[in-house]
Design a protein around this ligand. Structure first.
Ligand SMILES: Nc1ncnc2c1ncn2[C@@H]1O[C@H](COP(=O)(O)OP(=O)(O)O)[C@@H](O)[C@H]1O
Ligand SMILES: [Mg+2]
Length: 238
């Protein structure tokens, strides 16, 4: 369970003080899949950094059982090894797994993330989507219970989106707690158990994903999935 109470965060720059998270309170249940939706700049990545302990809040309380695994939008910054096999093995080795256990954990993670065929490929030549899946593989191998994906659909084509969603389903089936931070809620709403909207640093909606469809999400600058085709029609045939 991740529990956040009255979290506040501001940054001070030459232009002054920017309040980036305002009184954010939320709970994420173990084994659930939660979408935190919001436009660019709404505070999603800062919230993730605070949950992961990479950034400190100004005030508020965070409870998180165990260390969450983070997958950054630019996942290549997370890759250390020459190949996926080497990269995935770092975590289990550091945790003191025996060689046989490490080998099994690496193979399991490669299979679950669809990277088995690229296990010994130079990591730097993986595509953006494969690099993100590699980051998830590292977390699977370490058996981290919470996985937070920051903009997992960025720059992905149709196949890439489907691969991310297949992976999210696998993580759910394995009992992981999954948190998806995205402005593209239409791509994952159907996978989620809970849905939260962050707008200008504040939580403005919290509920079941299906109840989101009857909301005017555009007031928070995110697209209601039911409006996607309507917008396209206006654009092309008007
Ligand atoms: N280190 C920082 N210093 C100053 N402002 C920051 C810093 N990190 C993020 N911000 C600001 O915080 C706001 C939220 O950013 P972010 O969490 O990255 O948004 P997003 O929802 O797109 O992930 C933005 O206005 C951003 O410019
Ligand atoms: Mg972000």
């Amino acid at each position: 369970m991740i529990k956040i109470n009255n979290l506040n965060k501001s940054f001070v720059t030459a232009e002054g003080r920017h309040e980036v998270l305002k009184n954010v309170s939320l709970s994420i249940l173990d084994g659930s899949c939660t979408i935190i939706g919001g436009e660019n700049g709404s505070g999603k990545s800062v919230l993730m950094s605070i949950i992961a302990g990479l950034e400190e809040a100004d005030s508020g309380k965070i409870e998180c059982k165990g260390r969450p695994g983070l997958v950054f939008q630019e996942a290549e910054t997370q890759i250390l090894g020459e190949t996926p096999r080497e990269d995935i093995a770092f975590g289990p080795k550091n945790l003191g797994f025996k060689p046989e256990q490490t080998k099994n954990a690496v193979n399991d993670a490669l299979l679950k993330t669809g990277l088995a065929a690229k296990a010994d490929y130079p990591s730097r030549f993986l595509s953006g989507g494969e690099k993100r899946r590699l980051a998830v593989a590292c977390m699977i191998a370490m058996n981290l219970p919470v996985i937070i994906l920051d903009e997992p659909y960025a720059n992905l084509d149709y196949t890439g989106v489907r691969q991310v969603n297949a992976l999210i389903k696998t993580l759910k089936a394995d009992g992981k707690t999954v948190v998806i931070l995205t402005h593209e809620i239409e791509k994952c709403l159907a996978l989620a158990d809970d849905f939260i909207v962050l707008f200008r640093g504040e939580i403005v909606f919290q509920g079941k994903p299906e109840t989101a469809l009857s909301q005017n999400l555009e007031q928070w600058n995110i697209r209601n999935p039911l409006n996607s085709y309507r917008e396209l029609k206006d654009l092309v045939w008007e």
